[in-house]
Design a protein around this ligand. Structure first.
Ligand SMILES: Cc1ncc(COP(=O)(O)O)c(C=O)c1O
Length: 462
């Protein structure tokens, strides 16, 4: 039995997989301020047209340009690993596999889309990208991609993470990017929030508003905005993870997968691993597919399915998704990348359809799982990824109870070497669990009643 299952560079997938083409019930369209579906041209001030084409593409497979593959070879194909040391510790009959996305230079799955996004922007003649970042993983990934492609990069980093994770900011600077804490004084959106809440920890919704404003107000017209999750084209780029995993599981001699797990902030690493398996499920395979989120930010497990804005200042189109409300200010838990108020529409429609089984975990249980992981497998995981590991441990225990040799696959979305302050808080007993109070959920979602209704459409097959 092999612990590391490697693909040859020549075996790297050459197309991305687009779940939108196969969903049994189609996605609801994004809506403009007038409540009518938007056309691609309405997104043009924010994104380059070549990425907008991917965003709305009905094609099942989209070719990956050779020049993008040439950059990805720095770390792809990423290894599939078998967590034998954890298996032995848990005494489980389950086979636990994980895609090691911590292997990329910035340390997470995020450059799988940062590189194509920067490449397509450059092809379109853009000189500069703006973005937001929560934990700093996305900001550092875009800084890395812009550095390799010769683009300028400006990052609005959520205040709480800016303070908790100073090393991420330094990484961005090493790759030549400019990173400021959000809310900042550099945009109208930031100044407005600071006037109302000077001590706010910030949120991804606020940082997105700032980054979009900074892009669309550039008088040269050579700046576009880049998003690290949520949108269809971002999830599309991440499917290289699941497509590689399929080939690697075959090499490992596995004939089926029983459980697929990923943590979900905006949904991109989860989707990247799971969507090729969701396709199998649509075609009849029996697979349990679990996106995992924090109880502090329970988008998939408690929020309503609605039309909502992607940002606090209500500048984005309305997306049909589970949402805690665009004004939601999440509690300052350590998994900064899992604190977004919404969720990728593709993931949400798959939930509505019954194809996915979302779960929520408290942060202390996740840190316990992270310690078990570090003390068996060895690596120190990102706090976001620890949510997936907690679910893996639960599923492995279930396999043990049932005496079944289940195959469990999860996405090891990033390392936690820049996130040690969270471990410090946990080890010194300072970490508390947090469950979003029902009154807060009601407060933040009440204003959504005035927006267009999102119809829940499903075939009832799952
Ligand atoms: C390591 C890691 N995993 C997961 C996530 C969550 O993002 P997404 O749901 O887009 O994969 C983040 C976001 O910053 C992250 O840094």
């Amino acid at each position: 039995m092999e612990v590391k299952i490697q693909l040859k560079e020549n075996d790297i997938p050459r197309q991305w997989y687009n779940l939108a083409a196969d969903l049994p019930t189609p996605l609801l369209p994004p809506l403009g301020p007038d409540g009518k579906p938007i056309g691609p041209e309405m997104l043009a001030p924010v994104f380059p047209m070549n990425l907008i084409e991917q965003e709305v593409s009905p094609k099942q497979w989209i070719d990956i340009p050779e020049e993008i593959l040439d950059i990805l070879y720095r770390w792809r194909p990423a290894p599939l690993k078998r967590a034998v040391y954890l298996e032995r510790y848990l005494k489980t009959p389950a086979h636990i596999y994980y895609k090691d996305e911590s292997y990329s230079p910035p340390g997470s799955h995020k450059p799988n889309t940062a590189v194509p996004q920067a490449w397509y922007n450059k092809q379109f003649g853009m000189k500069r990208l703006t973005t937001e970042t929560g934990a700093g993983q996305w900001g550092s990934a875009l800084a890395f991609a812009c550095c390799l492609l010769g683009l300028e990069c400006k990052v609005f980093m959520v205040r709480i993470s800016f303070d908790q994770k100073p090393y991420r900011k330094i990484m961005m600077q090493v790759w030549g990017a400019n990173c400021v804490a959000s809310p900042s004084n550099e945009t109208n959106a930031g100044r407005k929030v600071l006037a109302e809440m000077p001590n706010t920890p910030g949120s991804l919704g606020i940082a997105i508003s700032e980054a979009i404003e900074a892009a669309v107000t550039d008088p040269t017209g050579k700046t576009r905005y880049s998003l690290g999750s949520v949108l269809n084209h971002v999830l599309l780029h991440q499917t290289i993870i699941g497509l590689e995993a399929k080939k690697q599981l075959k090499l490992a001699g596995e004939k089926k997968v029983d459980v697929v797990i990923g943590c979900a902030g905006g949904g991109s690493n989860f989707a990247g691993l799971s969507f090729p398996f969701v396709a199998d499920k649509i075609n009849g395979a029996k697979i349990k597919i679990i996106p995992v989120e924090p109880t502090a930010c329970p988008t998939m497990t408690r929020a309503p399915f609605v039309y909502d804005f992607g940002d606090t200042a209500c500048t984005t189109p309305l997306l049909a998704m589970y949402s805690l409300g665009h004004a939601f200010i999440p509690p300052p838990i350590h998994a900064g990348g899992l604190r977004y108020h919404g969720m990728a529409p593709l993931v949400c429609q798959a939930i509505v359809e019954g194809l996915l089984e979302p779960k929520a975990y408290h942060q202390k249980k996740c840190y316990e799982a992270a310690l078990t992981w570090a003390r068996t497998e060895g690596a120190i995981t990102a706090p976001e990824t620890s949510h997936a590991i907690a679910a893996v441990i639960d599923e492995a225990a279930k396999a043990k109870e049932e005496g079944k040799e289940k195959v469990i696959l999860f996405n090891y979305s990033g390392h936690g070497l820049m996130d040690l302050s969270g471990y410090d808080a946990f080890l010194s007993g300072k970490l508390t669990d947090y469950e979003l109070p029902e009154t807060d959920l009601q407060k933040f979602t009440a204003p959504l009643k005035n927006l267009p209704k999102a119809e829940t459409r499903k075939t009832g097959k799952w």
